[in-house]
Design a protein around this ligand. Structure first.
Ligand SMILES: [Zn+2]
Length: 883
């Protein structure tokens, strides 16, 4: 069940105790939303399919054991592009079968009403073997030896299992499945469960997999093709890593990661991994992410395979994405959200757990600091009026697909982290264990989780805090006013919803878990429950953070004196506190809540501090300002000041990694080089060109990690000959990860004629079929310097560019495209183009994209004069990087 924000505000008034979940708020099958009637419940499926690769069809037979709870004359379930034949209930022919592809339903009218009890529905059917990654699909790819191959795989979430076989395709209808597939005998085959039987007949083999535990249909998996595997064991669970033959050894690192992660999760969740085996399957291309099918996780191969051409960023992704998908094996698979309105229960949870695991096992990556960038992107979206609550109503298939956005993932992850910090990690873990034990092999709602956390911690207030943050859109700005008496400080807090533009019509408020740090002390927790709340906070001259370690999903505005104290102490603050100050000061200046100068004073106070996330934040903000200044008279003067801010740190780091450096410092070096090159620093351009000249004849001359920054700088300043050299390198490259880097660099050209050629390359058949998803990224990258060209290319080729994203295309079109092309087209033209491609029900999503574009336009206008003023003041004063 889902509560509206207005209802949430009403329960808040009743206080913490009254807000404990009512009995009906926990998962209840009968009351779970959905489109299918609840009186016919599938218990067990036997599905047998034979894909025809040439005809792109599937021939299937299916037998479903059902429990009918109330006598019925009809049976309704999901289907799409399927034709059913010989439909029988308990062996007797039915009287009518109508499949409606528009509603994605089949209605079977029975010869006579079926009484309550168990029955068996059986039929034969045909379906489509898809060529885009939804349902069961055919994937073409280029093999390591350059020849072409095909394989068959599946991708069901949210609502595409119905494309492979007719089914009750809603997550509350958990059922057991026994899958049989007939395909080429040369194929290796993988599904959720181990192979139970394999019979070869001529050139074909029929493989039956063991019956699965009860699970939702969206977790069904099958992959078949010329695959090879590595294997390992962890605590009695067989781990497999599958890739197209010849590439399986590239999965060694991923397999070792999976062993570690599985062992950690067995321990953390307090329930051992419940299936006999867990496979990871590297699909060449297909969809661009990964899917947590129970026992058989599919990954786009670039998220799983590593070779000597891979970068540290690739390596990090392999760990982090596996940590996310393996977390789903418990939360998502063992316990599944009741309905798609609680999708965040799956996604936020997996993201939060994965970030903790990645951070724990790779401390030098400073993973939570890296996650701050993702949190900021979510806060940017959530600071607009058109945002939505983490929990949002989902009525149909389209809305289910559209729920996969930064609010569901990144905001949800941050809110869980904030709750974990509020309760403490042990109590939070105990609550998670209690929740999983209580709901195993079944479904859950958010309230099931809140109740378990409250029971484990003995703290009822966690329910109210959690609801405030998941049921209301947006987040608060905490205003901190310090009163000094005899040098002793008292803080007075107030809050209102933070919006980058406009004002909040609902007067929303939140219970806010603050973490106060005074000076260098250990932070203390304090719950901000009402305006005017006071708190003692040490001496007035000590630095202060009320969002220590940047864990909270809120903004903080300090009074001028406190901000000045923090700015003076800026270089000595703990990393997380420094990051929070930068994030907030930047967001407050964009929203017109604080002068840009306050932010730039913090940036200038970084000194010789090496924290890469802080510098990332600064480089990103300066980059945004530089972009807004392009074409204006002040651009030259601004970039000179921006370069002066980064250059001392860049010079101290040099160009080449030093022994013993952490990945964080190496990343910082690349970030600074990249920006200095983008801002036309002559020495950076010259050195990048020198390195590129060596790279042309010797690919080992620039390490994979450094290629992105060096090649981007080279491409940015490229003449036609240099462009052709880089293009030839991209064309001649066999490794997909390297290809992606080279083509991405090509899109950074400044010259308009070369940009046209870059666009042609992005659309060309040079991009191999398994990297088809890259094209959209390339055109989006081109928009940075050539917005009008990129918009023309995008609109003329939108079908081709969006084809690899069949499920997410509406979400991308509505919410992301306007933010990319905000300056390429007039607002009305942009919105009209988006509306013409989408159904009317997507108006809320379109409003998000439209507002994002409007915010960018307004920001550019408002910042222009602030930037010029800063440049004028800065030019009249000593250099910013005073030691
Ligand atoms: Zn996920």
């Amino acid at each position: 069940m889902r509560r509206t924000p207005i209802a949430a505000a009403a329960t808040w008034l009743l206080g913490a105790l009254a807000a404990l979940p009512a009995a009906g708020a926990a998962f209840d099958f009968e009351r779970t939303p959905g489109r299918l009637p609840k009186n016919v419940v599938p218990l067990d499926y036997r599905v047998s399919v034979t894909p025809d690769l040439g005809a792109r069809t599937i021939a299937g037979t299916e037998s479903v054991r059902l429990r009918i709870t109330a006598a019925t004359a009809s049976i309704v379930f999901n289907s799409l592009n399927e034709k059913l034949a010989d439909v029988r209930l308990d062996g007797a022919p039915v009287s009518a079968v109508v499949s409606d592809d528009a509603r994605q339903l089949t209605v079977v009218t029975l010869a006579q009403p079926a009484p309550p009890g168990e029955h068996t529905l059986s039929f034969a059917y045909t379906a489509l073997l898809e060529t885009q990654p939804h349902g069961m699909f055919l994937q073409q790819y280029v093999k390591p030896d350059g020849t072409r191959g095909v394989l068959v795989s599946t991708k069901m979430e949210s609502t595409d299992a119905r494309r492979m076989f007719p089914c009750w395709d809603e997550p509350a209808f958990r059922s057991t499945f026994e899958l049989t597939v007939t395909g080429p005998a040369s194929w290796a085959t993988v599904s959720n469960m181990p192979v139970a039987a394999r019979v070869v007949h001529g050139e074909l083999a029929t493989v039956t997999f063991q019956r699965s535990p009860a699970m939702p249909s969206y977790l069904i998996e099958f992959t078949g093709g010329d695959l090879a595997a590595l294997s390992a064991q962890t605590a009695g669970t067989g781990l497999g890593l599958w890739a197209v033959r010849g590439r399986e050894l590239e999965g060694q690192v991923a397999l070792a990661d999976a062993q570690l992660i599985l062992a950690d999760y067995n321990d953390y969740f307090g329930l051992p991994f419940p299936l006999p085996k867990l496979d990871a399957i590297a699909v060449p291309g297909g969809f661009s992410g990964a899917m947590e099918n129970w026992g058989a996780i599919t990954y786009n191969d670039k998220l799983l395979l590593l070779n000597p051409d891979s970068t540290i960023a690739d390596r990090q992704v392999v760990f982090a994405v596996q940590a996310h998908e393996i977390a789903h094996q418990w939360n998502g698979d063992l316990v599944t959200m009741g309905w798609w309105d609680d999708l965040w229960l799956n996604e936020s949870f997996a993201s939060w757990r994965a970030a903790n695991e990645t951070d724990l096992r790779n401390p030098s990556w400073k993973w939570w600091q890296r996650q701050d960038g993702a949190k900021e992107r979510a806060m940017r979206a959530d600071a607009r009026l058109s945002t939505h609550a983490i929990q949002q109503p989902v009525a149909d298939e389209l809305q289910a697909a559209n729920a996969f956005d930064e609010i569901t993932y990144e905001k949800g992850q941050s809110v869980l982290r904030m709750l974990e910090s509020y309760l403490g990690p042990e109590l939070f873990r105990d609550g998670i264990r209690r929740y999983l034990r209580a709901r195993a092999y079944s479904n859950a709602t958010a309230d099931d989780l809140w109740l378990a956390l409250a029971q484990a911690s003995g703290r009822d207030d966690v329910v109210q805090v959690a609801r405030d943050w998941t049921e209301q859109p947006g987040f608060p700005l905490v205003t901190v006013a310090a009163e000094c008496s005899g040098g002793v400080r008292t803080l007075i807090f107030s809050q209102h919803r933070f919006l980058v533009q406009g004002s909040d019509p609902t007067g929303a408020s939140w219970h806010i878990p603050l973490r106060l740090r005074v000076g260098a002390a250990v932070p203390r927790a304090e719950l901000l429950a009402h305006d005017g709340q006071k708190s003692g906070a040490g001496r007035c001259d000590e630095p202060l953070s009320v969002n220590a370690e940047a864990i909270g999903f809120f903004r903080v505005k300090y009074d001028a004196a406190t901000l000045a104290t923090d700015t003076r102490a800026f270089a000595t603050l703990p990393d997380g506190d420094r990051i929070a100050l930068l994030d907030d000061a930047w967001a407050l200046s964009l929203a017109g809540e604080q002068p840009l100068g306050s932010y730039l004073a913090l940036a200038a106070a970084m000194g010789s501090n090496h924290n890469s996330r802080a510098w990332d934040q600064i480089a990103g903000a300066l980059g945004a300002l530089e972009r807004d200044e392009r074409g204006s008279r002040g651009h030259e003067a601004f970039t000179a000041r921006a370069r002066a801010l980064l250059k001392p740190m860049a010079d101290s780091l040099g160009w080449d990694p030093r022994p013993g450096e952490t990945p964080d410092v190496r990343r910082l070096r690349r970030t600074l080089r990249f920006d200095l090159g983008e801002w036309d620093d002559p020495k950076t351009l010259a050195e990048a060109r020198r390195r590129f000249a060596r790279f042309v004849s010797d690919r080992g001359a620039i390490s994979p990690d450094d290629q992105e920054s060096v090649l981007t700088v080279v491409a940015h300043a490229a003449d036609p000959a240099t462009f052709e050299q880089l293009h030839a390198i991209a064309r001649g490259e066999k490794d997909e990860a390297a290809q992606r880097r080279y083509y991405s660099a090509l899109m950074q050209v400044s010259d308009a004629t070369l940009a046209q050629r870059a666009a042609e390359a992005a659309l060309s058949a040079e991009i191999p079929p398994q990297a088809a998803d890259l094209r959209l990224h390339l055109v989006v990258a081109l928009a940075d310097r050539h917005p009008a060209l990129a918009w023309r290319v995008f609109t003329a080729n939108a079908d081709l560019l969006l084809a690899p994203y069949p499920k997410y295309a509406p979400l991308i079109t509505s919410q992301e495209i306007p933010e990319v092309f905000w300056e390429a087209a007039e607002p009305q033209q942009l919105e009209a183009w988006v509306r013409a491609r989408l159904p009317a029900e997507m108006s809320p999503n379109i409003a998000r994209g439209t507002e994002a574009a409007a915010v960018r336009r307004a920001e550019r206008q408002e910042l222009a004069s602030a930037i010029d003023a800063w440049v004028a003041r800065a030019s009249a004063s000593p250099p910013l990087h005073a030691p």
